[in-house]
Design a protein around this ligand. Structure first.
Ligand code: PMP
Length: 423
């Protein structure tokens, strides 16, 4: 029975039971129309209303300024690894082209010649590699534009014996200098590393300021779990299937200045001439924005679930907005880490203390003893504490503490941790 278990899976992850109960109804019959939400047109007034409500709730929760747009795509989080590259490289190239054209006039061959040189020498995409998801994003960038254009500004493994688990101090980062007119096409980081349990405690200082680069933040696993200064980002993205909803959509929050008419993408012909990739139309932000995320068939049921979850938080926390959820998330995480630290001879938290994730709490039992970790998991399961197995690439235990994990669920886990350590 649902009420007998607490699920700590890393994504897909638990959803609020009232939302699922309502989802079961609307799947059969939406607003007494006799047809269900998975059946109605994505172009119907109902679908538009669902989209508008989800956008409004997210805007309220994160206090998103007017000069940002919210997009829904079917890309998953991984699709955004590619989309950020396609879109921001295209904008970077077009800016350079326009500048060269303003200098040499309409001699197209000359413009192309100079542009080739600029791309060859100056195109850089900065990545802060602090865990396996930012690593994957950087690898996707290298696959698309070539490794020589990807600047891994920091690889946290190098500072931690080959393993993720720390964020080296910013003075050790090797960012592409970002002065006005120059700088990287984007600067990328993953705000919360789901596999490695590493979360940025705050926004990196060196990515702030008037000449700040275009920052892309992957918030797949800590979206709507704490306050965010949206203005510091060019793009925030995340898959829905952890804190927001079910699998099927990704949400992108993008600065409007990166969309037409403020910014123009490079033409496909120009990108081809420069041996740079032309992205699929379904990942093209200007196209998605122009069509209110309905360029092609959007899974409206998934948007509805996300909207219900977010509206629920808006109703629950009122003027506190996401701050209310942040307090609960912090309390749950604090309690779990507290008991892990209390029994440090039994439990070893994987990441360094200053970068511990509030969302994915990764630890070993008895130094990673396989039999003991198995027994730990079996004991947890007996108590209805499910989904605690660490990611297959790193092993160990991972308690994902997403928004829909209740305070009561977290307390049950704390009690089990205590009991296991003292038995
Ligand atoms: N980024 C992060 C931080 C993730 O945790 C995940 C998925 N676990 C992804 C990206 C990839 O998301 P998707 O599976 O939706 O492509």
């Amino acid at each position: 029975n649902r009420s007998d278990v607490h699920y700590f899976g890393a994504g897909p992850a638990p959803l609020p039971t009232p939302v699922l109960e309502k989802a079961a109804q609307v799947l059969l019959n939406y607003k007494d129309k006799g047809i269900g939400l998975a059946e109605i047109s994505h172009r119907s007034p109902e679908a538009n209303e669902i989209l508008a409500e989800a956008k409004q709730a997210l805007t309220t929760l994160l206090d998103i300024p007017d000069d940002y747009e919210i997009l829904f795509l079917q890309s998953g989080g991984s699709g955004e690894f590619s989309a950020t590259v396609y879109n921001l490289v295209s904008i970077w190239v077009e800016k350079k082209r326009a500048k060269i054209a303003s200098e040499v006039g309409d001699d197209e061959a000359e413009v192309l010649k100079r542009l080739r040189k600029v791309v060859d020498e100056e195109l850089k995409l900065d990545y802060l590699v602090t865990g396996s998801w930012s690593l994957k994003a950087s690898q996707e960038a290298a696959r698309l534009v070539g490794a020589k254009h990807v600047n891994v500004a920091v690889d946290a493994r190098k500072a931690n014996g080959g393993k993720f688990g720390v964020i080296p101090s910013e003075d050790q980062w090797n960012l592409t200098p970002h002065t006005s007119g120059g700088g990287p096409a984007l600067a990328y980081f993953c705000d919360n590393e789901t596999v490695d349990g590493v979360e940025f405690p705050s926004f990196p200082h060196s990515l702030e300021g008037d000449d700040a680069p275009l920052v892309c933040g992957d918030m797949s696993s800590n979206f709507i779990s704490r306050k965010v200064d949206v203005r510091k980002f060019a793009i925030i993205f995340g898959g829905a299937q952890k804190n927001i909803g079910n699998t099927g959509i990704a949400i992108v929050i993008i600065r409007k200045s990166l969309l037409p008419p403020h910014s123009q993408p490079a033409s496909p012909d120009l990108l081809r001439a420069l041996n740079l990739p032309v992205g699929p139309i379904v990942l093209d932000y200007p196209t998605i924005a122009k069509n209110n995320s309905l360029y092609n068939t959007l899974p409206i049921l998934d948007v509805w679930v996300a909207g219900q979850v977010m509206t629920g938080l808006v109703d629950k926390y009122g003027a506190q907005r996401i701050g209310g959820q942040e307090d609960i998330s912090n309390t749950k995480a604090r309690n779990i880490y507290h008991v892990l630290d209390k029994y440090a001879d039994v439990y070893q938290v994987v990441p360094a203390k200053d970068v511990r994730s509030r969302m994915n709490i990764c630890f070993r039992v008895h130094g990673g003893d396989a039999d003991k970790e198995k027994a730990f998991l079996a004991g947890a399961e007996k108590k209805g504490l499910l989904g605690l197995k660490g990611h297959r690439s790193v092993g160990g235990i991972r308690a994902s503490n997403y928004n829909a994990v209740s305070l009561e669920g977290a307390q049950k886990l704390v009690a089990y941790l205590e009991e296991y350590a003292t038995s």
